[in-house]
Unconditional design. Sequence first.
Length: 275
Amino acid sequence: MSLVALVFASSLSWTPIADKQALICPLPELGACLALLPKQVLAQLPATLDQFRRDLGRRSAMVMPVDDNQIAGLVLVNELQSPQVQLASVDLVTYQLPLLEQPQLTLWHELGHLENLALQGTVLPIQLSAYQHEWLADIYLVWRVARERGDFTLAWQQYHRRNLDALTSPQYLSHWSSPMMIQVLRRYKVAHVASFADYRDFLADFYPKAEQLAPRLLGEYSSLMQRTFGASVLQPLPEYLFWRKAELGHYLQPTFVLLMGEEKAHNWLVQNSML
């Protein structure tokens, strides 16, 4: 099969992933997408259109890696499920974050999964945890934002969204990439990130210096967030995991400043021993 770039009005298209190609497939064009794939790739994907839809569920995108010499995988996209705003409640006050260009960010995140899979065993270790796969996909997103937009605005939006998701429900902790993203956003100038023409080269520069979160530490942050922000918390425990509060506050501060304003955010973090 010739992997030429195919662009339909539906935005179905091929995109390069390392030395392979990935097929970006809008959900309404799923049948047409599958018709482009060879049998050995189709055999690795769900057998029916209904199964694809069940697997995607209410998500706005899903990546399906495959083992093939030419094709890296399929990214199934459903823009109708892409959120336009992110909500979170802090001390019974609901804050909202408008999400600009979220379908594009979601697509870059999913492509990041494929890019990182291609680098396992070279720039990246052969074995990665599920959490590492998620934050690395957002590191690709940061690089892509720098290259395509020339500033970190949309990368910060992704950062804030990950924070608000984690505060809303522990199920989102697997995607809480903020502790890793902030290392790029604080340590690198956008021009420096954008100067890496290949993601592989940027990752080779960043990954060896990245301060990663051990599973136990991630679990402590999760417990602390549930205790501080969970709707079911009935009794405050000011000393609960107090030794982690300042670290968590470091990650939350940029998001709280954006939502509350600098003074109110500062006061809240101080009152809750996170600053």
